[in-house]
Design a protein around this ligand. Structure first.
Ligand code: TRP
Ligand code: SF4
Length: 400
């Protein structure tokens, strides 16, 4: 239960592009081999900003899941699901809303930022204010402790930690907690109990994060503990009550440096993208028509790669030797721009080839995708229901 569990979500924006691949999906593919991973489509989050135009959501969801699979996200390694198909997220969101101060939500930077950025939309809604809390529910319901996100999402993980802490503080105080925790410590056996007490003391007196980690590791190694005692002992390290909800950590994904066709960051809103499964002819055409250093009017005019967006792509796709060739050939007018672009075209097409192939299976037989997602939803629901059972109980809604 306290093993590493990774969770991340993406709003269904439709077909993804190479920026998503280099920025997010490659990372997911790597993580799925290292940790238990859950990846989901945040369709309710899409509605918080696009409630007035829901007609594309469903198509966007399927296109995006196919892109995940095309990129190498493996349903045998990771659980893939759709947020709204796991309605437990909504119940937890509601229950968490009871203890969430309005000020916390109003202070999340994305709240005002997005309202200003999307000024044409009316985002003075209850749903939009609750965006980060819904995200907290997404994370907490799986007791995920690692959340891979970009910089802009870090405040959302931060508020999730605060919510978890507040929840555990308010609802984790069972009567006689201290006594029960002390009894549980004794059950560790005298050697482990002593080590546990020492770590706990170091953490409580000096906030020593290593002591906290060591105490947690000790509990993880200890096998003959009941679930209740284990939770108690986790909570007791920090002095508080039972840990019902796990505080997650952001796994900061390095900002994607993937440049678009114009040298700016690749982004749908700049209209400078190459989609993940774009066909080869179209890729070639887009690169061939890319702007280059304006100084190279004639083939014989020397240029400067630093002033050319094609060079940015060489930085992503070319080895040192090739980069040397570009630098030298450009500055001496030894190569032409089309010649310079060809290796980039080849590299992108080669990178995409396995993705196009993997996607084809799913395009030919969409029920494959539906089944993967149905399986994922079922697995996710089981996990979500477990957490929710504990949450309901401590909130006085156990009705057993
Ligand atoms: N808000 C995230 C984004 O825009 C998507 C998201 C929703 C998410 N719920 C999440 C990401 C939970 C990580 C964990 O990118
Ligand atoms: Fe850009 Fe290459 Fe042309 Fe130089 S030779 S301007 S780097 S495309």
């Amino acid at each position: 239960m306290f093993a590493n569990r990774v969770l991340s979500g993406m709003r269904p924006t439709g077909a993804l592009h190479l920026g998503h691949y280099h920025g997010v999906l490659k990372n997911w593919v790597r993580l799925q081999h290292e940790f238990e991973c859950l990846f989901f489509v945040a369709d309710w989050h899409a509605l918080t900003t696009h409630y007035d135009d829901p007609s594309h959501i469903e198509q966007h969801v399927w296109d995006m899941v196919i892109d995940w699979l095309a990129a190498g996200v493996d349903p045998a390694q990771a659980t893939l699901f759709i947020q709204s198909r796991v309605p437990e997220h909504a119940e937890l969101h509601l229950l968490l809303s009871m203890i969430t101060p309005l000020g916390w939500l109003e202070r999340v930077p994305t709240y005002k930022d997005q309202q200003e950025k999307l000024a044409e939309k009316d985002l003075a809604t209850y749903g939009f204010l609750g965006y980060p809390l819904l995200q907290s529910a997404d994370i907490l319901i799986y007791r995920a402790n690692r959340v891979p996100v970009g910089e802009d999402q870090v405040p959302h993980v931060e508020i999730t930690r605060e919510i978890a802490r507040r929840f555990n503080h308010v609802f984790g105080r069972e009567p006689g907690f201290e006594e029960k925790a002390e009894a549980a410590v004794k059950k560790l056996g005298s050697r482990r109990a002593k080590v546990y007490r020492q770590h706990r003391k170091n953490y409580m007196e000096r906030g020593d994060a290593e002591a906290l980690a060591a105490a947690r590791a000790l509990l993880n190694e200890t096998q003959n503990l009941t679930m209740g005692d284990r939770e108690r002992l986790f909570g007791y390290i920090e002095g508080g009550g039972k840990v019902i909800l796990t505080e997650p950590q952001a796994l900061l994904t390095e900002a994607s440096k993937m440049p678009g066709l114009d040298g700016q960051k690749m982004s749908k809103s700049y209209n400078n993208t190459i989609s993940l499964r774009e066909d080869a002819d179209s890729v070639a055409k887009k690169i061939k028509t890319m702007p280059t250093d304006p100084a190279r009017v004639k083939r014989t005019d020397p240029g400067d790669p630093e002033k050319c967006p094609v060079w940015q792509l060489h930085l992503v796709y070319s080895d040192d030797e090739k980069k040397q060739w570009v630098q030298q050939g450009c500055r001496s007018a030894g190569i032409g721009c089309l010649e310079c672009k060809q290796p980039v075209i080849d590299a992108i097409i080669a990178e995409q080839q396995p993705m196009r192939e993997r996607a084809q299976r799913y395009l030919d037989d969409p029920t494959l995708v539906k089944n993967i997602v149905a399986d994922g939803c079922e697995k996710a629901r089981k996990m979500a229901q477990e957490t929710l059972r504990d949450v309901r109980e401590v909130m006085g809604l156990g009705y057993s």
